[in-house]
Design a protein around this ligand. Structure first.
Ligand code: HEM
Length: 479
């Protein structure tokens, strides 16, 4: 599939009718975000304490000017304006953060420009329909059953490792069944290093720092080489088995519409989709589950109510998609976890035309940041925002939709959102039916931004729930 040119300016590659016009009225000047430092601008805040800084920014105004070193950008903190950034075609997925991600992960669905996106998304969409997800749910249930058999009672475990392996196995079996597990594991592990590096490289705009032969930079370069090589191997295996099921085989046989096949997927295109799936779909769900188990381990009343619901509705069986509507508290736990710790906590867009935002005129080619974490912790929309309160989802006003965006919205909304919510509910309910977790002294559940939203350390001690472990294993085997 030919790549379209990446526009460097507003005029290249984009039709004017698609973009909103800037107001000709005199424009307000956005305030500068708090925490500015000479030379570094706000990069210092983003590296040192991004979540604390975002909270101060919310109080400073709906649209703020920020500087990342010499680079000027804007930060939008109001939910309705963020919704506009996500849905108005004047804002395109781009800017230095996306350029860094595209450089590292290729031109797959999550990182490509609009022209490629228009073609790629419909081709990928059939793999994410509800009937297909119902099929993947069988794989999720099997992997959930295997996960519950992983732990030894009272022996400490690194939950992030356990959950990442389980969600990776689900992804491979569901979407990339021809991939060998070792190559996919390598991609998923190294992609973590690459994503961490991409965020850091966007926050610290001094490229020479990342060319120095430091151990961190060498590790990063090695990860990039190894990841691409492993993803190439996954594509070669899929090409050798065109009749197999899975996303790659579907893309290979989709052929493209041009008579000469010039728009068919090349090996490079396919490799980029492998990188997309393994970066967008693996750790995000594992991170959510790790936070959920941490929150339950530290909130006994919520844990008790979850157990009560699971015991009543499932009685030891592993949930399937049809059971999920009957598990409202389980779903509330997942929503509340995604509110508190959204895995994709910060993102950017670039304006492709002059735009008027809340009276501020943003010229074309302006980088605009927004943060789901910051919206989710806004006390105007979530009273007592730091509290873990799953019941708040029963009290929530239906009109207040724009303030909760773990999967974002608009044309670049997460394509795997239903997949992820189904997987999270199945894994959470399967594990919590039989296990509870207790923190260890070295358990350190602080989020690690700017690297990622993964908790710093989720070492927990699994304890079998009285009377449920052996009973449930029997039921799992029989269902
Ligand atoms: C809790 C889990 C997940 C969260 C919180 C999450 C969040 C997100 C967000 C916020 C975006 C949009 C990024 C943007 O606006 O620029 C996104 C994009 C995407 N996600 Fe997810 N994701 C999750 C799981 C998954 C899974 C399991 C898959 C695949 C099976 C997946 C596949 C994708 C893809 C392909 C895109 C790119 C969509 C496009 O640009 O058209 N995600 N995700």
């Amino acid at each position: 599939m030919p790549k379209s040119s990446v526009p460097g300016t507003a005029s290249e590659g984009h039709s004017q009718e698609a973009v909103s016009a800037a107001s000709s009225a005199p424009s307000a000047v956005a305030s500068t975000a708090p925490g500015f430092r000479p030379l570094l601008g706000h990069s210092w805040q983003l590296v040192r304490d991004p979540l604390g800084w975002l909270d101060k920014c919310r109080q400073a105004g709906p649209v703020l000017r920020v500087k990342l070193g010499p680079r000027a950008a804007y930060l939008v903190t109001d939910p309705d304006l963020v919704h506009r950034v996500l849905t108005d075609p004047a804002f395109e997925k781009g800017g230095p953060l996306m350029d860094a991600a595209r450089d590292l992960l290729g031109n797959g669905l999550a990182t490509c420009w609009r022209e490629d996106h228009r073609r790629q998304r419909p081709l990928m969409q059939p793999a994410f329909t509800l009937p297909r997800i119902a099929g993947y749910a069988e794989v999720m249930r099997e992997e959930a059953a295997q996960l519950t058999a992983t732990w030894t009672p009272h022996r400490e475990t690194d939950l992030i490792d356990d959950l990442s392996s389980a969600t990776l196995r689900v992804m491979i079996r569901a979407m990339l069944p021809t991939a060998d597990a070792e190559a996919a594991g390598k991609v998923a592990q190294q992609v973590r290093i690459l994503l961490d590096g991409a965020l850091l490289r966007a926050a610290v705009p001094f490229p020479f720092l990342f060319r120095l032969p430091t151990p961190g930079n060498r590790r990063f370069d090695r990860a990039r080489r190894d990841t691409f090589a492993a993803a190439d191997r996954i594509v070669a295996t899929a090409r050798a088995k065109p009749d197999a099921s899975g996303l790659l085989s579907a893309l290979i046989t989709s052929d493209g519409s041009a008579p000469d096949g010039s728009d068919a997927f090349t090996d490079e295109d396919l490799r980029d989709q492998v990188m997309t799936l393994l970066s967008a779909g693996g750790d995000t769900t594992a991170t959510t589950l790790a936070w959920a188990f941490h929150l339950l381990a530290t909130h006994p009343e919520a844990e008790r109510r979850l157990h009560e619901e699971l015991d009543t509705v499932l009685d030891g069986a592993i949930a399937g998609p049809d059971d999920l509507p009957r598990l409202p508290f389980t779903r509330n736990v997942v929503s509340e976890t995604l509110r508190l710790y959204p895995p994709v906590w910060m993102m950017s867009r670039i304006t492709i035309a002059d735009v008027d935002l809340e009276g501020c005129r943003l010229p074309a080619d302006t980088e605009v940041f927004f943060s789901s974490y910051q919206l989710h912790h806004d006390p105007r929309h979530f009273p007592d925002p730091e509290a873990f309160d799953p019941d708040r989802w029963d009290r929530r006003e239906p009109g207040d939709r724009h303030s909760f965006i773990p999967f974002h919205s608009g044309s670049r909304k997460c394509m795997g959102n239903t997949f992820a919510l189904t997987e999270a509910a199945i894994m959470l309910s399967a594990v919590a039916s039989v296990w509870r977790f207790r923190p260890t002294p070295r358990h350190d559940a602080r989020p690690r931004p700017p690297r990622s939203m993964t908790p710093a350390d989720v070492h927990l001690v699994p304890e079998p729930r009285p009377g449920r472990l052996s009973e449930t294993r029997g039921i799992h085997a029989g269902r």
